[in-house]
Ligand binder design. Structure first.
Ligand code: SAM
Length: 570
């Protein structure tokens, strides 16, 4: 992005992000007034439905989003909720957004500061941010043509804001217009700064009634209109009180997240908070790697980006120490190379390193190359549960609620509709050791099938066993020996190890090793089978549950929702 006063410019498209003449004025005229938003938000429809969804092509600096939020705050009734979905193929860095919007910093700062504080790492896929229990931003870092096809939900107003159609025809395709129509209802409107003939015709043939209106500033014309199809706006059920069964990571993350959307959750767990595997004192934050980008990898990628924004504020012993994943065999070598190629993360978020540079990053002499995640982290899952549950009532007797979230692990199978769900437990024992002399310089987590968490205060956790066939949590000395042996295989310099403590827990996993998240029936939802990536997956899962309860647009793609669904085994 290049910048002249008041008008950031894209060198790639040779076009401005918004009017050089008056950015906010253009947003107001074209997008906010073009969709009649102030009037609609003050009107009867809004007072009844209490929710509104804007869809945008081209997030850019977020100026349109910020001004829509400002107007919503001024005009929409108390208790109303705004969803804003925006697709962006070439996301700007937060610093460029700040610079580009600096001429209006005073006016925008109540919104801009909050947005920038949560602006996601530029990882392809869906990213959800929630502000003030009133506004949710779903940013999709992908091409509009593929991204919109993944959106599930209903849009009330469209902002078409790609660069000028002649300079960027890829953003104004029949595929985009067809997806807009799929996501629209009878009351949906759209507005765009352009009056290009092919845009007008494309929108018309997708089912929109289009009219020319006066453009902004020097622009003579713009287009606006409405969806002409006979589709009803869906109504959300009115649920408020949610009984969350299970006070481990999945349940506590659900309670924490549901409050952000204005729900009133209570936690129920006869064993108290973080009593099972979630009670460990150290957990590593890593996505599960796959060779290709897929519905599954998108879930972990989005969950990783989400955790990076959410965890620092929660404390809970969060340390972004980074992680090196050792390339211990040929299969991993191929898989990691493909992960880097296909996931499309920037270098600063994921890269390959030879043994020498991986050693520098880890602070330990390594004899393997590695996949490096500089922003990966460690956290204390037990403290995380407590931070999530802060301010939420925890009951030992089953409460009533308008809806129930089953986040109680294997006990979810007690629900009649879930009896056949292919879930099983996996026992894991971790060993806390005195940091061996050879690892005193270790800075990052080292993963090799097993793992050695970065040390803290002369001690560190190594793990973990993975036993499907054991269902008890009795500590086994041979498991400690196994953890130490795995560590020595990749780091032979470790030598003698002093064991300080051990802990065993049972996690739940599903047949396909992917979590089970979504609606079971009208009043029951599930978040389970988070396996060994539960720290990450439970938080994004919680947003999926919130979307399901509020009837809002989805915070992950349709394919990911399907891959997580409890019905996928039917
Ligand atoms: N609404 C923005 C704002 O408030 O700052 C300005 C949007 S700017 C005119 C157009 C945006 O579309 C750019 O950020 C650009 O990177 C994005 N874009 C261009 N082609 C795209 C595509 N095929 N899919 C998704 N986004 C695209």
């Amino acid at each position: 992005m290049g910048c002249m006063i008041g008008a950031p410019r894209s060198e790639q498209f040779n076009d401005v992000y918004f009017s050089a003449h008056d950015g906010p004025g253009e947003t107001g005229h074209v997008f906010l007034d073009g969709n009649g938003l102030g009037d609609r938000w003050q009107g009867r429809g809004m007072a009844e439905s209490r929710r509104f969804c804007i869809g945008e092509t081209g997030f850019g600096t977020g100026l349109n989003f910020l001004l829509a939020w400002e107007l919503f705050n001024r005009t929409a009734p108390e208790g109303a909720f705004l969803d804003f979905i925006s697709v962006e193929k070439f996301p700007l860095a937060a610093a460029d957004i700040e610079k580009g919007l600096s001429p209006w910093a005073g006016r925008l700062s109540p919104y801009l500061d909050k947005m920038l504080a949560q602006y996601p790492a530029r990882i392809p896929g869906f990213h959800r941010m929630v502000f003030d229990r009133r506004v949710a931003l779903t940013l999709i870092f992908d091409d509009a043509n593929t991204a919109l096809a993944e959106v599930e939900g209903q849009v009330d107003a469209w902002f078409l804001d790609g660069f000028t159609p002649s300079k960027n025809p890829d953003m104004w395709t029949d595929e985009v217009f067809t997806q807009m129509a799929r996501l629209s209802h009878g009351g949906t409107t759209f507005a765009t700064f352009t009056a290009a003939g092919f845009v007008k015709r494309g929108l018309q043939s997708a089912g929109f009634a289009v009219e020319k209106r006066r453009g902004f500033g020097p622009k003579r014309d713009m287009l606006a209109g409405r969806f002409a199809g006979d589709v009803k706006k869906t109504t959300a059920r009115s649920v408020k009180k949610i009984a969350v069964h299970g006070a481990g990571l999945a349940g506590c993350a659900a309670a924490y997240t549901l409050r952000q959307y204005g729900f009133d959750p209570v936690l129920y767990d006869p064993n108290g908070i973080a009593s099972c595997a979630s009670g460990n004192s150290v957990g590593l934050i890593n996505p599960r790697f796959t060779a290709f980008r897929s519905a599954e990898s998108d879930f972990y990628a989005g969950a990783f980006a989400h955790a990076m924004r959410a965890f620092p504020a929660l404390g809970a012993g969060y340390i972004p120490c980074g992680a090196v994943h050792l390339v211990t065999d040929e299969d991993k070598e191929k898989r990691f190379a493909r992960t880097v190629e296909n996931w499309g993360w920037q270098d600063g978020l994921m890269h390959l390193a030879d043994a020498d540079s991986a050693s520098g990053i880890a602070g330990v002499k390594l004899s393997h190359a590695a996949l490096v995640l500089p922003t990966a982290a460690r956290i204390n899952p037990s403290l995380l549960c407590r931070a999530y549950a802060d301010g939420v009532e925890i009951l030992s007797e089953k409460p009533d609620g308008d809806a129930v979230v089953l986040a109680n692990g294997i006990a979810a199978l007690d629900h009649p509709a879930l009896a056949g769900l292919p879930l099983h437990t996996v026992r894991g024992q971790i060993t806390e050791i005195e940091t061996p002399h050879a690892l005193t310089g270790q800075k990052a987590n080292i993963c090799y099938g097993g793992y050695a968490a970065a040390p803290l205060g002369g001690r560190q956790v190594i793990g973990s066993t993975f036993q499907k066939w054991l269902t008890d949590t009795i500590l086994r000395p041979e498991d400690d020996a196994d953890n130490i042996e795995k560590l020595r295989t990749v780091l032979p310099q470790v030598g003698e190890v002093k064991i300080l403590s051990a802990r065993a827990g049972l996690r739940v996993a599903s047949k396909d090793r992917f979590p089970v998240v979504g609606a079971v029936d009208a009043n029951t939802l599930i978040s389970a089978a988070h396996g060994s990536h539960g720290i990450l997956s439970s938080l994004l899962a919680a947003h999926i549950l919130a979307d399901s309860l509020r009837g809002g647009p989805s915070c992950v793609g349709k394919s990911t929702l399907k891959a997580l669904s409890p019905r996928r085994f039917d």
